[in-house]
Design a protein around this ligand. Structure first.
Ligand SMILES: [Zn+2]
Ligand SMILES: [Zn+2]
Length: 287
């Protein structure tokens, strides 16, 4: 990045905005199409927006000094929640930079079609002494999203190949045809599948581990088991799961770092639930 661009700005947040926006305008490309640049939109605003001139996809950049884990603070809750309901929410580029030399350490892309209300957590209203008292901000709950929704663009200071980033985007682009409620279910069930940490599982094991959690995320749904079964079918049709035999699923994993297409199943014997699975080509840890 070019830190000298921030020299004339007194506040740290302004400096960060100017410097990261400049980097993004020079280095970001559109993951949704072949376009190799993104245009900054409404410069000077607090939120940095970018859009692609050829496919009209919209992106928001959020940069922070701290590593990206758990939750990322976002702006006001209600406008984002409404945008998710309307299907107009942008995708997010979440940047972790190193302050001492303004180096982009990690950049994660969260495609808009993975955003559901389960992934946006309202915070407590701002206190009485705050100038915007009563205002409700929100966090993006990264931990609530499936691994597949967090596409590495820069990983530990190293840029991922753009063709890998684009193919990761493409794998779940089918979600954009669904309503936010259906998308939310698919994404939540997929997040649970990825957390199973094993490749072969039965429907019964899945219910035992996640039925209560999914019921809590979707309290208005009275047929949670049916919904789970239906979403497992959706994931099977999309090639994320396959049947070993009826009621027994195998999850298909691929490598987001090198694009290796189908990581073979590891032998998951007893007590291997926490065993790491790595890509056989590049060694990236997949879960
Ligand atoms: Zn595009
Ligand atoms: Zn790999």
């Amino acid at each position: 990045m070019r830190p000298e661009l921030g020299a004339h700005y007194p506040s740290a947040s302004q400096r960060t905005r100017v410097i990261t926006e400049d980097w993004a305008a020079n280095h970001l490309y559109c993951p949704a199409c072949e376009c190799n640049e993104l245009a900054a939109e409404r410069p000077g605003r607090k939120v940095v927006d970018f859009h692609c001139d050829s496919c009209s996809e919209r992106y928001q950049l959020k940069a922070r000094r701290e590593p990206l884990r758990g939750q990322v603070q976002d702006a006001a809750y209600e406008p984002l929640a409404q945008a998710i309901r309307d299907g107009t929410a942008p995708s997010f580029f979440l940047m972790h930079y190193r302050l001492k030399d303004w180096h982009v350490q990690n950049l994660v892309l969260v495609p808009r079609f993975f955003l559901s209300l389960s992934a946006v957590v309202p915070r407590n209203p701002l206190g009485p002494r705050h100038p915007r008292k009563g205002h409700v901000l929100c966090n993006l709950a990264l931990s609530q999203l499936p691994l597949d929704a967090r596409i590495p663009v820069v990983l530990d200071g190293k840029a991922m190949p753009w063709e890998v980033v684009r193919s990761e985007w493409e794998r779940f682009a089918f979600l954009q045809e669904k309503t936010h409620k259906v998308r939310g279910w698919t994404s939540d069930v997929l997040a649970c599948v990825r957390r199973l940490s094993k490749s072969i599982f039965t429907a019964g094991e899945f219910y035992a581990d996640f039925e209560v959690e999914l019921r809590n995320l979707h309290p208005s749904n009275l047929h949670v088991k049916d919904k789970i079964r239906q979403q497992l079918q959706v994931l099977r049709r999309q090639g994320v799961l396959e049947f070993v035999r009826p009621g027994v699923y195998r999850q298909i994993r691929w490598c987001p770092a090198c694009g290796h297409d189908s990581v073979p199943e590891v032998d998951t014997g007893a007590s291997t639930r926490v065993r790491r699975l790595s890509c056989p080509v590049c060694g990236t840890v997949l879960w």
